[in-house]
Design a protein around this ligand. Structure first.
Ligand code: NAD
Ligand code: AHE
Ligand code: ZN
Length: 376
C-alpha cells in the first residue's frame, strides 16, 4: 500500500447536525513530513459532538471527525524521522514542532507551526488527503481518527510503547491527558490544597486523578448527576455536591466557600457551560485561588464576572490538552499507565464498532458514559 491511495471505511460528517455516514473513502499517500496511520481504536469526545452540532466557529463540512485515536504507522512521507512504519502511535491534536516561538517559549504546549491550516481542516500544504463521492473531505483537529486510515503531519504524532494496548492509549489522545495535565501541569496542584472539579466526565475525573496524584487535601466534585459521586470517589475525590440540591437561595459558590473556609485553591471547569465557569472562578479563595477553564463553549458564548474578583487576587486561566507537550510527555504517560500509576481502563464504560458510531455519540450524551471506545 506504500505510495498508493488506500480505500477504507470512515464515518463522514456531511453536514452540521446530520448523523455520520459510514462511507468508503480514499486516503491519499502521505506527502513530505506527513504520516499515514492505520487507526485501530478511537475514543469519542464531547468536542466531536460539539463540532458536529455546528456550534464550533471552526467547524466546516464535509469532514472526517475524531481526535482521540491510536494505531500503527502504515507509511511515512519524505523527511519523516520521528516515527517509522509499524510504530504504535497516538495522534496529537496539539502538535509539537519543537522549533516555533510557542514550542521554544517554555510557557505553553500550544504549537503554532500548523495551527492555521489545521483550523481550516487542511494539511499544512493547504490540501486534503481524503476523498469521497468525487469530492475532498476536510481533516479535523489535524487528526481525523474516525477513519480506518488517516494522514497527519509528522509533528502531530508520537510513538508510544508497543506493550500498551491501543484501545487504552487512544484515550490519552484527549480526555485523560487533558484533565490529568490540567491538574498536574497547568495548575500543578500543591500537596494539601483544596480543589473543586465542575463536571465529572472523562475530563473532570482525570482532573480528580491528577489532583489526588499531587496529594490535594480536599477534592470536591460538583456535578448535576448524583451518579458522579461514586465515580469521583473511584479517582480520589473526597466530597460531592449537586448544585441542584442546595438549600434555598444558596449558590454553588457560597456552598463551596462555606465548605473550604473561604474558597478553593484550585477550581476546574470541565462542563463547557459559561455560567459554571463563572461559579468556578468565584468559588476560588481570595488572594490566590486559580480557576482553570477546560470546557469548550459554543460560538457566541462569553464569560463574565465582576473585575473585583480578579482585583482581589483570583486568577482565571485555561488550557488545551492539559498543557501537556504531546511528543515530549505522552510516552511517559503511557509508561505510567503500564506501571500502574495512571488509571486508564477505568474510564472505558462502552465499546462500539465503526458501524455503531452514531450510537456511540448517543451513548456519550447519556449520563452513564464516561468514554465509549470505538473499534475501527
Ligand atoms: P462529559 O459530557 O462527559 O462531562 C461533563 C459533565 O458535566 C457531566 O458529568 C455532566 O453531568 C456535568 N455537568 C453538566 N452541567 C453541569 C453543571 N451545570 N454543573 C455541574 N456539572 C455539570 O464531557 P467531557 O468529555 O468530560 O468533556 C468536558 C468538556 O471539556 C467539554 O466541554 C469538552 O468539549 C471539553 N474538552 C476540552 C479539552 C481541552 O483541551 N480544553 C479537551 C477535551 C474536552
Ligand atoms: N475550534 C473551537 C475551539 C475548540 C477548542 O478549544 N478545542 C481545544 C481542544 S478540545 C479537545 O476536546 C483546543 O485544543 N483548543 C486550542 C486550539 O488551538 O484549538 C473554536 O472556538 O474555534
Ligand atoms: Zn477531546
Amino acid at each position: 500500500t506504500v505510495g498508493k491511495t488506500i480505500t477504507c471505511k470512515a464515518a463522514v460528517a456531511w453536514g452540521a447536525g446530520q448523523p455520520l455516514s459510514i462511507e468508503d473513502i480514499e486516503v491519499l499517500p502521505p506527502r513530505a513530513h506527513e504520516v499515514r496511520i492505520q487507526i485501530y481504536y478511537t475514543g469519542v469526545c464531547h468536542t466531536d459532538a460539539y463540532t458536529l452540532s455546528g456550534k464550533d466557529p471552526e467547524g466546516a463540512f464535509p469532514i472526517v471527525l475524531g481526535h482521540e485515536g491510536a494505531g500503527y504507522v502504515e507509511s511515512v512521507g519524505e523527511g519523516v524521522t520521528n516515527v517509522k512504519p509499524g510504530d504504535h502511535v497516538v495522534a496529537l491534536y496539539t502538535p509539537e514542532c519543537k522549533e516555533c516561538k510557542f514550542c521554544k517559549s517554555g510557557k505553553t504546549n500550544l504549537c503554532g507551526k500548523i495551527r492555521a491550516t489545521q483550523g481550516k481542516g487542511l494539511m499544512p500544504d493547504g490540501t486534503s488527503r481524503f476523498r469521497a463521492k468525487g469530492q475532498d473531505l476536510l481533516h479535523f483537529m489535524g487528526t481525523s481518527t474516525f477513519s480506518q486510515y488517516t494522514v497527519v503531519a509528522d509533528i502531530s504524532v508520537v510513538a508510544v510503547k508497543q506493550d500498551a494496548p491501543m484501545d487504552r492509549t487512544c484515550l490519552l489522545g484527549c480526555g485523560i491527558t487533558t484533565g490529568y495535565g490540567a491538574a498536574t501541569v497547568t495548575a500543578n496542584v500543591e500537596e494539601g490544597s483544596t480543589v473543586a472539579v465542575f463536571g465529572a466526565g472523562c475530563v473532570g475525573l482525570s482532573v480528580v486523578q491528577g489532583a489526588a496524584q499531587n496529594k490535594a487535601g480536599k477534592i470536591i466534585v460538583v456535578d448535576v448527576n448524583n451518579d458522579k459521586k461514586a465515580w469521583g470517589e473511584k479517582f480520589g475525590a473526597t466530597d460531592f455536591v449537586n448544585p441542584l440540591e442546595l438549600k434555598d437561595g444558596q449558590t454553588i459558590q457560597d456552598k463551596l466557600i462555606e465548605m473550604t473556609d473561604g474558597g478553593l485553591d484550585y477550581t476546574f471547569d470541565c462542563t463547557g457551560n459559561v455560567n459554571v465557569m463563572r461559579a468556578a472562578l468565584e468559588a476560588c479563595h481570595k488572594g490566590w485561588g486559580q480557576s482553570i477553564v477546560i470546557g469548550v463553549a459554543a460560538a457566541g458564548q462569553e464569560i463574565a464576572t465582576r473585575p473585583f474578583q480578579l482585583v482581589t487576587g483570583r486568577v482565571w486561566k485555561g488550557c488545551a490538552f492539559g498543557g501537556i507537550k504531546g511528543r515530549t510527555q505522552l510516552p511517559g504517560l503511557v509508561e505510567d499507565y503500564l506501571k500502574g500509576s495512571l488509571k486508564v481502563d477505568e474510564f472505558i464504560t462502552h465499546r462500539k464498532t465503526l458501524g455503531e458510531m452514531n450510537n456511540a455519540f448517543e451513548t456519550m450524551k447519556g449520563g452513564d458514559c464516561i468514554r465509549a471506545v470505538v473499534d475501527m
